[in-house]
Write a protein that binds this ligand. Sequence first.
Ligand SMILES: NC(=O)c1ccc[n+]([C@@H]2O[C@H](COP(=O)([O-])OP(=O)(O)OC[C@H]3O[C@@H](n4cnc5c(N)ncnc54)[C@H](OP(=O)(O)O)[C@@H]3O)[C@@H](O)[C@H]2O)c1
Length: 321
Amino acid sequence: VESTIDSETDVPIGGLLVAVLVVSADPYLRGLIRSNNAFKPNDIISGFVAGKVLKANQVDKWVEGDLFGGTLPFSTHQVLSTESVAKIWKLSEFIDESDISAGIGILGMPGATAFGGLCDVLRPEPGETIFISAAAGAVGGLVASIAKTVYGLYVIGSCGGEDKVKLLQSSGHFDEVIDYKKFTTAAELANALRAAAPKGVDMYFENVGGIHFEAALAVLNDHGRVAVCGQISEYNQAQPKPFSLHALPLIYKSQRIEGFISSSWISGKIGQGKWIKDLHLWYKEGKISKQETVTEGIENWPFAFISLFEGANIGKVVVRV
Ligand SMILES: NC(=O)c1ccc[n+]([C@@H]2O[C@H](COP(=O)([O-])OP(=O)(O)OC[C@H]3O[C@@H](n4cnc5c(N)ncnc54)[C@H](OP(=O)(O)O)[C@@H]3O)[C@@H](O)[C@H]2O)c1
């Protein structure tokens, strides 16, 4: 749908006219698209974007040319009211326009997720072993690079297929990589994990659910922690598969399973924005880098989105407007 914005008259005092430069495709949108009340037919889907301010009409702290990240409707240009301006964050102090996709990746929601789950929920100790599922993806890949380059952990990743295994092996961020597609049961995957983790698993960064979750719990050490980030294997199921958790080992092994949501870090409720400063520093130092699968054209967003569930992406899925 095309419509016209008059930049002279349509931008209210306290508002911005912005151009969206990159649009994100993220797995969580599957749940919203499936639900009956998040989006209605003909609604514009909203999600994470990054872009540039074209006009600022007497807005505190924002000027023309500023770069931003935030959650907005997926349209190429839009007018933001004062209320919407409060929901975007400034990227200009960290990156220039040529690096804008970092605003939906490393310095966006996946960055907040990787940082929050690893640094604040799992809280690694020197010499520990971490297992990460969906390790070739946006969040998993970032968790692995921080785990290796910042914390020096023993890192085990799982991903689907030989090509991804080879790619992760050559990244320098993994000590062992498991191709989960070789296994159909949790017991088989647990055996592969035991072989890959000579000292057992201290932390599991859970992105997938199903047999991954069960296998990781089976090999989790005393004082082990699980950060429940995502359950992508469940998102297209008609009904979530029932899962029985044996709670007794949590007691006698002093283990912890904790879910978390990135918005707590993005809003500053947890950590007061430390996540973006630390990630930016590590990015500048070369400890973490961008890994992206790029699609050109906002009209191709559905194909980019579907690629997440087919495992066709490596790293962050970016749609360039
Ligand atoms: N808690 C939060 O705030 C938060 C925030 C962001 C993301 N998440 C969650 O984190 C997870 C990763 O998100 P992301 O954005 O980084 O996506 P991603 O890992 O870049 O892409 C999804 C990957 O999941 C794997 N996958 C897809 N279907 C699968 C299945 N049935 N079984 C096993 N693996 C499957 C595919 O990799 P393979 O080719 O290796 O199978 C695919 O590339 C998702 O579960 C997401 O919902 C949570």
